[in-house]
Ligand binder design. Structure first.
Ligand SMILES: [Zn+2]
Length: 238
């Protein structure tokens, strides 16, 4: 409870979109867990959404070797408005580096440069996400990482930093419009560089059937029925 309060204090200072990913030590999907209920209430109170609700109810991220039991303790939550940006959620069951399995979430990041400043942040997140490359992290190979690094280095080396006066500006309260434009240009170089590098080395073509897609209206109309059906299946299976 204490930590959820601290978490709320931390995120309330964040300007712009964010998601929260980590070990919450409970499962808000488990209707019988008192601790899960506390997290569920926290999510509702903050107008958050549980982004991993699209995963099967018998998912788990933690294996207790002593008791041979499994628990779903790691979750991804964030503002309800940004639910549409979460493209894919997956637990990597074939990774054994710790007693927790890695939780992979791919998020469609907005590209702020291509949108007029009059557009609000939430709107921006939803309108420009389709232009960005999608990375499937568990398919990234060491060779593609090398390619990515080489591509980033090549691009950065081509930028002529000597033409950017702003890099020598030491006025903390500077309002020189030329300097502002140069900062925007440098920022745009970085984002273009990363997008190009990812596009040329880390993008994979996935079929629509692969992975869990967030379906509009799913949580509102289908989720409860699906949970009841999954619970009934588990009962029947025991
Ligand atoms: Zn300046």
């Amino acid at each position: 409870m204490d930590y959820l309060g601290k978490l709320q204090a931390v995120v309330s200072d964040i300007v712009g979109p964010y998601i929260i990913l980590g070990d919450f030590n409970c499962n808000p999907n488990d209707k019988n867990s008192p601790c899960g209920k506390v997290l569920r209430d926290f999510i509702d109170d903050c107008d958050f959404a549980l982004y991993d609700r699209c995963l099967p109810v018998d998912s788990y991220t933690f294996v207790n070797d002593a008791w041979h039991t499994t628990s779903w303790l790691d979750h991804c939550i964030g503002p309800r408005l940004l639910l549409g940006l979460v493209d894919h959620c997956e637990i990597l069951y074939d990774s054994y580096n710790s007693d927790h399995h890695p939780f992979v979430v791919s998020v469609l990041m907005p590209d702020c440069n291509s949108v007029p400043s009059s557009v609000g942040c939430d709107e921006l997140c939803i309108t420009c996400c389709s232009k960005l490359p999608k990375i499937v992290l568990n398919k990234v190979s060491p060779a593609s990482v090398k390619l990515l690094q080489a591509s980033i280095l090549g691009y950065l080396q081509d930028i002529n930093l000597s033409k950017f006066d702003v890099l020598c500006c030491i006025n903390a309260a500077c309002d020189n419009s030329l300097h502002r434009t140069e900062i925007e240009e440098l920022y745009s170089h970085l984002t273009t560089c990363l997008v190009n590098a990812v596009n040329s080395s880390l993008t994979y073509h996935t079929s629509p059937s692969e992975g869990q897609k967030v379906m509009p209206g799913w949580n509102e109309y289908v989720l409860d029925v699906k949970e009841a059906a999954s619970d009934a299946y588990v009962l029947w299976h025991q």
